[in-house]
Design a protein around this ligand. Sequence first.
Ligand code: C2E
Ligand code: CA
Ligand code: CA
Length: 432
Amino acid sequence: MDTEITKKINAGTLIFQEGEPGDCAYIIQSGEIELSMLVHGRHSAFATLKKGELFGEMALIDNSFRTATATARTDVELLVISRDYIAKKIELSDPTVRMLLQVVLERYRDIHARLHEVSSSLKEHEKDSANSTISSFFKQYLSLSSKLASAITKRQSSGGTSDKINEDLDLTSKSVTRENNIKNALQNDEFELYYQPIVNIAQGTVAGCEALIRWNSPTLGFIPPDQFISLAEKTGLIIPLGKWITDQACLAAQEFRKHRDIYMSINLSALQFESESFIQDIDNAVKNAGLSNDCIKLEITESILMSNPELAEISLNKLKAAGFSIAIDDFGTGYSSFSYLHRFPIDTLKIDQSFVNAMFSNERSMEIVRTVSLLAKNLDMKIIAEGIEDKNESLQLDEFGCDFGQGYLYSRPVRYDEFIELLKYDSLPVAC
Ligand code: C2E
Ligand code: CA
Ligand code: CA
């Protein structure tokens, strides 16, 4: 089911009412909104908001009630920002920003409550004291409310403003749209796993494959994983997405293994690795596919390990004890602290493609590849060279004792059916 992200509303329509619980905020994309409050039983307008302005955010942020009524003054188009979206943004924001936001909100609510109290007590005397004090009080009340209501979003405009407003609106709009699309993408089956062979360099035979996700969005087009994985991580969507990837990859592995005895390598993101249910999820995925855990290699980057080494150690030991293989992805590009090589139960080092690509143009890269190959051998680990694009690279790697490789020389990542075709070769025909 699609989540609505824009709303068209006719002039005069009530959008929400003071005192109602709030479940979303809005950014005005076109038209005008009037905010009003009940004063003496009558709606008194205190602000008119225009394109680029945010409203309805208070109830959303602190889970409380709408402090004003919003009505469309003209026909309006609104971008809807859901409670979930805001909650995740707040959760992921800097703690100082979170604290400031909380304090500002509490103060706003406090002033608002006091104003209402004073307003109610004055109301009782209204009839017999229709004097200037009261009318002056209400003027101040409405003026202060107006300032408070727009304080968070008010942009100081000196004449023609709209560039910054449009830029912010555009960025927010894109972010909300992408996030919304990524949620729908999972429901609408827009993701697909591709598979790239991992080859025994000396023999050219396929030893395993790496599952690599692709997103073909009908509205946004093809989006490469390095653009949407980070978005999925930021928003927490990587958890259901990661589970989907693991399930699919295990089912594919079960089919591939009917043709050849190969393993499946699955990339893990930081959030996935840290989630409590992850080990159980992957264990279930493997069992549901009728596989055993030793057919699965899990790829983790150095930065994931080093961001929380204590947790990483516990999780990796559990995974190892359950029979999974563990590979360090992009080896050499992260912390490169050798201490983790003996601290964590690692089976495989995947030497990053930047070193492989630069081998013949940069002596130091050549030396790094040679040394890492030797290091892996001495530590009884497997080594996979990534990004092998030409035959000379594969020959050099073979000479260094690097047993396995992956790269366009052998095959680009391919669809499920194509991968099965590729498994029919005893050894892969290389591209040059
Ligand atoms: P990675 O894990 O390092 O994956 C290898 C990347 O190198 C893939 O890019 C692959 O297509 C590309 N590649 C392979 N051989 C060659 C070559 O010979 N030359 C060049 N230039 N590139 C080559 P891709 O598929 O675009 O993935 C990019 C990154 O996105 C991956 O880097 C990984 O960090 C992330 N990613 C991809 N799929 C997943 C996934 O299922 N889960 C997670 N958490 N991350 C994923
Ligand atoms: Ca990888
Ligand atoms: Ca890699």
